[in-house]
Design a binder for this molecule. Sequence first.
Ligand SMILES: C[S@@+](CC[C@H](N)C(=O)[O-])C[C@H]1O[C@@H](n2cnc3c(N)ncnc32)[C@H](O)[C@@H]1O
Length: 247
Amino acid sequence: MAASKKKDPNDKSYVRKMFDEISGRYDFLNHSLSCFQDILWRRACCKELRRKRPGKRLLDLCGGTGDFAVTYEQFNGKQDLAILGDFSYGMLKGAEGKRTSAVPIQLDAMKLPFPDKTFDVVLNGFGMRNVPDVKGALQESARVLDDGGYLQILEFFSPRNAFNEFFYKVLAPLFIPVMGAFFSKKDAYEYLVNSVTNFLSVKQFVKVAKKNGFELVHVKPCFFGVAYRVLLRKSSNAMVNTAPEAK
Ligand SMILES: C[S@@+](CC[C@H](N)C(=O)[O-])C[C@H]1O[C@@H](n2cnc3c(N)ncnc32)[C@H](O)[C@@H]1O
């Protein structure tokens, strides 16, 4: 019964619909709620990756309106293969007209439609905490990365220090849904705050990544730990599961 369907943040169709609904205002609210810091954080990630001199096959996963792909090409040049992957059609539409060669593809981060070892770099900006199974999403990213390829995560992790506890548990629930209600959809922005406090801490996330195909390159806090840049490298002994799914 569609009408009585509960809003379950673990329900992929709920999350996708929510991003479809806020897509028109996403860029504006993203930049204004972070006081334009998100732009600097993406830049820092892309500059750090430039120093690693990776190959030129890029997947911007959970790429939304494409800002990470745009920034990546700004610092790392035009890619031989660039894909902007997201399951929200509305968010992908928001990338139209932006300066990137990335081809938008509607896809599910849990089941990527690419052969093993297709990419040198996978970016994931603020997407990990929205997927229902972090372990599965990491394994899938490892599978499509070539040996030694990089996974760059930019994410709001569950607060662990006094500053970000205060920010996410006191400040954010007060002003983010109010701004969201004014400019976009209140419950979507309530969801976004809750998705941070319910997510893993950065330490827990790194532990999961190490067990699912990656070694850690570095973790860097952004603005006193409000967000983190986590750079991971596909481990040389990462298992790529190409067997059909067991039922
Ligand atoms: C907070 S937005 C981030 C967008 C962009 N990466 C950025 O840096 O602004 C999260 C994005 O993840 C996408 N997403 C969430 N779960 C997904 C999944 N399972 N598969 C593909 N995309 C997903 C949403 O549609 C949304 O566009």
